[in-house]
Design a protein around this ligand. Structure first.
Ligand SMILES: NC(=O)c1ccc[n+]([C@@H]2O[C@H](COP(=O)([O-])OP(=O)(O)OC[C@H]3O[C@@H](n4cnc5c(N)ncnc54)[C@H](OP(=O)(O)O)[C@@H]3O)[C@@H](O)[C@H]2O)c1
Length: 258
């Protein structure tokens, strides 16, 4: 695998989903894996989602990858979060500094952990366009291999400067909020409006939105969150080619804005 690329692929987000509900986590992880999604994004901020994920990984750790986060104002607190993660997962495939919190303090010791082989890639995340300049500054250090930002037809700010910078620097892009936290699903288009997208393997409006993001070749991964195993399985299918061209992406944008 080329160093930058993580995808294009569909992962699974865990914010507001099964924090603490281990049985639900087992069902969602099982359905996602069965349909081809193997990476799960979490954070110490997401209630007990990290712990629930670890329970759901039991017996299949070698088949899954975890992208989790350090969300801590001090190195001491960050190391405590990381120790818990190593206890749950043994290693962390993608370790991200959540919302850039104290990133300059964390990047040194996280880099040492990566050197030691317990972390696969280091990343940074932020949900707010007002923080994108700071994100860019972090990326320019060359210390991070992934960046996580929101990107959907109604939130395209990262497309102006951040996605080009990530592409230039060879940094993998993970898309949070690909379904607009569910807002984009409130008034779905009629079935016939999705007809031109059928030949791209799209059967549902969420799949159209996920494929919209993945068809931007600066994007590596989308991580839709779900509590519903059926949704996890349907979402995974949006990670298969063929990819949309400009015409199909423009159609999805029109439908999202209708
Ligand atoms: N939001 C943020 O600010 C933020 C910040 C940092 C990181 N992240 C990461 O990004 C992940 C994704 O973002 P997000 O959770 O904010 O929002 P999202 O993935 O854009 O949307 C999640 C919503 O979409 C619904 N959904 C998912 N698949 C569906 C399907 N196939 N059919 C119908 N409904 C579907 C879910 O409901 P059901 O449960 O009913 O499927 C849920 O209400 C997070 O979980 C987290 O890992 C988010």
């Amino acid at each position: 695998m080329e160093e930058r690329r993580l995808g294009p692929v569909v992962g699974v987000g865990t914010w507001n989903t099964f924090g603490g509900d281990d049985e639900l986590a087992v069902d969602v992880v099982g359905a996602a894996l069965g349909a081809g999604s193997t990476l799960f994004d979490s954070s110490p901020m997401y209630g007990n989602a990290e712990r629930s994920l670890s329970r759901a990984f039991e017996g299949r750790r070698e088949r899954v990858a975890v992208a989790t986060k350090i969300w801590a104002p001090t190195t001491e607190q960050g190391r405590a979060q990381y120790d818990a993660q190593l206890g749950w997962y043994g290693r962390v495939e993608v370790e991200q500094v959540h919302n850039l919190v104290s990133w300059r303090d964390h990047v040194g010791w996280l880099g040492e952990e990566r050197e030691a082989g317990r972390i696969g890639r280091l990343g940074v995340t932020h949900y707010a366009p007002s923080a994108f300049q700071d994100l860019a500054e972090a990326l320019r250090t060359g210390l991070f291999q992934t960046v996580q930002v929101p990107y959907n037809p109604l939130e395209r700010e990262c497309g102006h400067a951040l996605l080009p910078l990530a592409a230039e620097l060879g940094i993998a892009v993970i898309v949070m909020r690909p379904l607009g936290e569910g807002e984009l699903l409130e008034r779905p288009p009629a079935d016939e409006e999705l007809h031109p997208l059928r030949e791209f393997g799209v059967e549902t409006w969420p799949q159209a939105l996920l494929k919209w993001a993945l068809s931007d070749d600066r994007v590596d991964m989308v991580i839709p969150a779900t509590r519903n195993p059926l949704h996890a399985a349907q979402n995974a299918l949006a990670g298969d080619s063929p990819w949309f061209g400009p015409k199909e992406r423009a159609l999805v944008e029109r439908l999202a804005n209708a």
